[in-house]
Design a protein around this ligand. Sequence first.
Ligand code: G3I
Length: 360
Amino acid sequence: MPHASATHRRHSLFRPLLLAVAGALVATATLTLPHLTPDASAATTLRGYADGRGVKIGAAVGDGPLTSDGSYASVLDREFNSVTAENAMKWDALEPSRGNYNWAAADRLVSHAAAHHQGVRGHTLVWYSQLPSWLKNGGFSASQLNTILKNHIDTTVGRYKGKIYAWDVVNEAFNEDGSMRGSLWQDKLGTGYIANALRWAHAADPAAKLYINDYNTEADNAKSDALYALAKQLLAQGVPLHGIGFQSHFTVGQVPSSMKANLKRFSDLGLEVSVTELDIRIPMPASSAELAQQSTDYKTATENCLGVPRCAGVTVWGVSDRYSWVPGTFSGYGAALPYTESYAAKPAYTGLSNGLNPNA
Ligand code: G3I
């Protein structure tokens, strides 16, 4: 009996410890379960389908909603396996005065993504727009600008080395007629700035896929022809160009019929292709017929990429209509994203999901 009571006492002493360990194991298993054995609901999220196909389904993320709107973050983390900073990695946001970087919002997104098993697309290193005034109005010579650009790329790509799987190195370099768009870079440095930017970015993070990104290049047209010619030339010169981003800011009912064939010709060069900024705007108020057409359009645009070899994935330019850039830019248009302002999944969500689901 004494023995029995000693054993009992020993058990009583260890019991809380054993319970705590068991509890921790259960909690860990519960937390990690969705990643180890995706259940039916995980498989039917957008990211569940995308993971199954080895592609990315991304969303552009604003720092404001990410830090202040729990519903936004929970939809983002449930549905998307990739994020793009909607604004936080643009030059004016990152380097508002020369050599003084403000990393806070970009860092927040990169660590949020790591915590939620999301990849990060970097957007964007060289663009004519969103330049800080010290740079735009600095009156710099060509050689000074080269140094400034190289420093910005070295610093930014270097900071996130290994954490960003693809960078939009050059954004919106062309006019609609296929000529090079006038910009601080083009005007002072000539088209050679593109090859230099790609080389500098590659040196700073050799594992990141480096993209040229543009809009109105989804169809076979003068602008995409010029982009195609430049891509071919850069590859022939051994420049580290790995992908082409097709922004895909569409109007309802107007996904270009040549989109898939156009993406395929870039893929046939050995390049990745990605839809990088998909949204489909509707004249407001949106009718149910327009919302149904938008659903079809989301499916078609998604399939146009995933149906092409080397499609790396699709990113939508926002999560919910609550924060879309569309109404502020296209007067009278809106409802461009897969979720309503109150986070109800729209028909567009189903279209996007069906575009990702190979069995739909
Ligand atoms: O951060 C300032 C804030 O300090 C200020 O108080 C406020 C007042 O207007 O402006 C804020 O900056 C705004 C920024 O978004 C962040 O909200 C800019 O004015 C506004 O112009 C900027 O718009 C962004 C736009 O690019 C220009 O950078 C949109 O959110 C963003 O969706 C849009 O994204 C672009 C892609 O980068 C490239 N392709 C086209 C796409 C849509 O235009």
